[in-house]
Design a protein around this ligand. Structure first.
Ligand SMILES: O=C(O)c1ccc[n+]([C@@H]2O[C@H](COP(=O)([O-])O)[C@@H](O)[C@H]2O)c1
Ligand SMILES: Cc1cc2nc[nH]c2cc1C
Length: 352
């Protein structure tokens, strides 16, 4: 089955399950709608699953790792070698997201979808499309076929994890240079100026940011990505990590499972997935809002409000993982609490 056929199979979420879930929330003996966005998230998961019963039993983080050719232009504070080091560290539990995920008891699934060297490590899913992308300041980052192949890697991994019983996917990534590709994609897809959507990434100086903006402008001028063709934008100025995450969003939607957006890079992938398949929007859940300047802009375009505002911009899936415990807490209230009828309090829905 080709990518277009898979996309055509994605169904909108079930609004009747959403309504039934709201009825359950509104019957619980607590101030009406008082868990705010968390109540809405639970009702949306009910819609994804097509039933009002909502639990999060077996979540995981999928971390897409890849290198970006545009690093040759000097748009990053650290060298490209860091991508391979951190990718390997995912397999030994020695990354920031691994530390956070351990606290929450959540496994991390690292994927080499385009790191620039071979990595021998148990526990790394090896699905390399190429040894990094081409330098987008000189031509397309990848071919359209490579973009499709990388999306399909993300879809297949997510469907496989769903078959293993994973019921919620947090997105993560690692790729030196991927805030440059994400800013280029955001500028094109949001019709915003490059300076509005470009930030420090992993620690650039102000002078470095000015140079990064010039490089992104050049990449867009050289490639002329078509804003109405998300695959064209992804192939010309995106990366394998972003493309793999597009696949995770589409795979989650195909499996009727929620996919949590992490930071800026992850949100740009979500936007690309929604532009490819508007029905996939129903399966997205926000987590935090990245401190990168376009983090809030992309979430706004997706119509999502973050649960957490901590000024984080680490990537790897750290923000998405941080949101899972509070979602589970909301599920505990949803499932365990007595109803107004059970505690014999008259409801006060009429006050709302
Ligand atoms: O997710 C975010 O919002 C985010 C913001 C800034 C940096 N990062 C992480 O830092 C790396 C990209 O930064 P850079 O400067 O190399 O483009 C990449 O590995 C990301 O995981 C992530
Ligand atoms: C050390 C390091 C770790 C990271 N994790 C995600 N992006 C990163 C960037 C750097 C530089």
């Amino acid at each position: 089955m080709n990518l277009q056929d898979k996309i055509a199979q994605i169904e909108p979420i079930d609004q009747s399950a959403v309504e039934r879930s709201w009825r359950r929330w509104d019957s619980i003996a607590k101030p009406l709608r008082s868990l705010g966005l968390l109540e809405q998230a639970v009702t949306r998961i009910a819609g994804m699953r097509r039933e009002p019963e909502v639990t999060i039993e077996k979540p995981c983080v999928v971390a897409m790792c890849a290198d970006n050719g545009v690093v040759d232009e000097g748009v990053t504070q650290t060298s490209r070698d860091v991508t391979a080091v951190v990718t390997k560290n995912f397999t030994t539990g020695a990354t920031s997201v691994c530390s956070m995920a351990r606290v929450a008891g959540i496994p991390v699934v690292p994927v080499d979808i385009g790191v620039a060297c071979d990595i021998e490590a148990d526990g790394l899913i090896r699905k390399k499309i190429a040894y990094g992308t081409q330098n987008m300041a000189q031509g397309p980052a990848m071919t359209r076929d490579q973009a499709v192949a990388a999306i399909e890697v993300g879809i297949d991994i997510t469907l496989d994890l769903a078959r293993q019983g994973y019921d919620l996917f947090a997105t993560g990534e690692m790729g030196i240079g991927n805030t440059t590709t994400s800013s280029a994609m955001a500028a094109v897809l949001l019709h915003r100026s490059v300076s509005e959507v470009t930030g420090r990434g992993a620690g650039l100086t102000s002078e470095g940011v000015r140079h990064k903006i010039a490089v992104i402008r050049r990449a867009i001028a050289v490639n002329q990505p078509d804003p109405d063709d998300p695959l064209d934008v992804l192939a010309k100025v995106g990366g394998f990590d972003i493309a793999g995450l597009v696949g995770v969003y589409l795979g989650g939607a195909l499996a009727h499972r929620p996919v949590l957006i992490d930071g800026f890079i992850s949100s740009v992938a979500a936007l690309c997935a929604v532009r490819l398949c508007p029905a996939a929007a129903g399966y997205l859940l926000p987590s935090h809002v990245s401190d990168e300047p376009a983090g809030a802009l992309v979430l706004e375009e997706l119509g999502l409000k973050p649960f957490l505002t901590c000024g984080m911009c680490l990537g790897e899936g750290t923000g998405a993982v941080a949101a899972i415990p509070i979602l589970r807490m909301a599920c505990a209230v949803y499932n365990d609490m007595s109803t107004f009828a059970e505690v014999e309090i008259e409801e006060y829905k009429h006050l709302k």
